[in-house]
Every structure is written in structure tokens, then in C-alpha cells.
Write a protein that binds this ligand. Structure first.
Ligand SMILES: O=C(CO)[C@@H](O)[C@H](O)COP(=O)(O)O
Length: 220
């Protein structure tokens, strides 16, 4: 089973992003956190910046939209060429229509769930998605502590994906470190977003390798 490590550039040096992308070229995808100071209290960047990242990144873009009015904005990120575009379940009443639109454009479609959002209503929609992002912190900021109470949700998803044989990636994001990645891997995650744990080290590539080894050691 494939294990993916996706560093979050939220923890990178924003004044040197092209250089920072070069330092994580051994990762699978780069996780790009788009925040609008509305859906979440924090603010990062929008399509113009993501378009430039798409041009200079050595690895594909995994765009995570923490924004409102997502039906309007998400397709634009797929049109920029992002490999995957993940929007929040809490931000739209039409998750299936939006996922179909993203796939039509050529991106993988992802749905993200905040820690307090129940997964049950989304289980029957899984064939419409390529990945589910289980937030392991409240979205908005890097450097927060991993919320182990979100693991039952991941276990439930993992069981359904196994039983149905669907090819849906299960992603975790928030507080992922060498201390916590094993917990998420055991619960069924295959794709791990890590910000501070990667960029907090002198050599991000070493952190990526260590996280990958730790995840692989704990996967079933
Ligand atoms: O989406 C988010 C935060 O909302 C994340 O992608 C963070 O960037 C993860 O940061 P760390 O918890 O790994 O420092």
C-alpha cells in the first residue's frame, strides 16, 4: 500500500517559496493551504500564488481550500493544473456536483472534514471522491496539537474503503509528527500532511524520510 508524505508549505518561508519547494522534492505532493479569513480566521493566498507554485513546483500540488463560497472558487484551482483540490464539506451544500466538476476539469476531488463533522452522511458519497481529508486539528493554523479523538472517524472510513474496494486516499492533516504519525497510520491513513514536522528541521528531506519510515512501520 502506498504511503504519501505531503509537506504543508504553510510552515515554509513565504519569501522563498521556490527554494522551499526544492527542499521537499522527495515528498509525494506539496500541500497548499488556501485560507480566506472567513471560513477560517487565518489568511494565506489565492489563485494567483497557487498558479505560480504550479509553474515552479517539482512535485504536484495538493490544494486544500479552507474557504467559503467554494462552489465558485474551487474549479479555478483545478483549471490551474492542481493535481488534487480538496474542499470542506462544511463549505458547500452540493459536494457531489462540485466533486464532479473538479474531476471533469482533470483534478482529483477531495472532501475535508473538520474534527467535529460527522463522517456518516458522507460514506455513501465516497465513490464521488478521490480522497477524504480527516482534519486532526481545527483548520486555520499550523503548529497545533494532534487530536487523537478524530481517529474513530478515520477507522470508520478505512473500514468502508477496504470493504468496498474503492480507491479513495485517506489523508490526515494537523499535528502530524514522528510521535503521532504512527497513530494515524494504524487508524488507516495513507496520506500524511506535515508542516512544522517537515520545515522545522534543518533538512526537510530527512524529516520526510523519517516520517515515511514511521508511517510504513505502523501501516497494516
Ligand atoms: O491545514 C492546516 C492547518 O489548518 C495544515 O495543513 C497545517 O499547515 C499543518 O501544520 P502542522 O500541524 O503540521 O504544523
Amino acid at each position: 500500500m502506498t504511503t504519501r508524505i505531503n509537506p504543508s508549505i504553510l510552515a515554509a518561508d513565504f519569501a522563498n517559496l521556490e527554494h522551499e519547494l526544492g527542499r521537499i522534492a522527495s515528498a509525494d505532493l506539496v500541500h497548499v493551504d488556501v485560507m480566506d479569513n472567513h471560513f477560517v480566521p487565518n489568511l494565506t493566498f489565492g489563485p494567483q500564488m497557487v498558479g505560480r507554485l504550479q509553474q515552479v513546483s517539482p512535485i504536484p500540488l495538493d490544494v486544500h481550500l479552507m474557504i467559503s463560497d467554494v462552489d465558485r472558487w474551487a474549479p479555478g484551482y483545478a483549471e490551474l493544473g492542481a493535481f488534487s483540490v480538496t474542499f470542506h464539506a462544511e463549505a458547500t451544500d452540493e459536494p457531489v456536483a462540485l466533486a464532479r466538476r473538479l474531476r471533469e476539469i482533470g483534478a482529483r476531488a477531495g472532501i475535508a472534514l473538520k474534527p467535529g463533522t460527522d463522517v456518516e452522511p458522507y460514506l455513501e458519497l465516497l465513490p464521488e471522491f478521490d480522497q477524504v481529508l480527516v482534519m486532526t486539528v481545527e483548520p486555520g493554523f499550523g503548529g497545533q496539537s494532534f487530536m487523537a479523538e478524530t481517529m474513530p472517524k478515520l477507522e470508520r472510513l478505512s473500514r468502508v474503503v477496504r470493504e468496498t474496494g474503492l480507491d479513495v486516499w485517506l489523508q490526515v492533516d494537523g499535528g502530524i509528527s514522528l510521535d503521532t504519525i504512527g497513530i494515524a497510520a494504524e487508524a488507516g491513513a495513507d496520506t500524511f500532511v506535515a508542516g512544522s514536522a517537515v520545515f522545522g528541521g534543518e533538512v526537510p528531506a530527512d524529516r520526510i524520510a523519517a516520517l515515511r519510515d514511521a508511517a510504513v512501520a505502523h501501516r497494516h
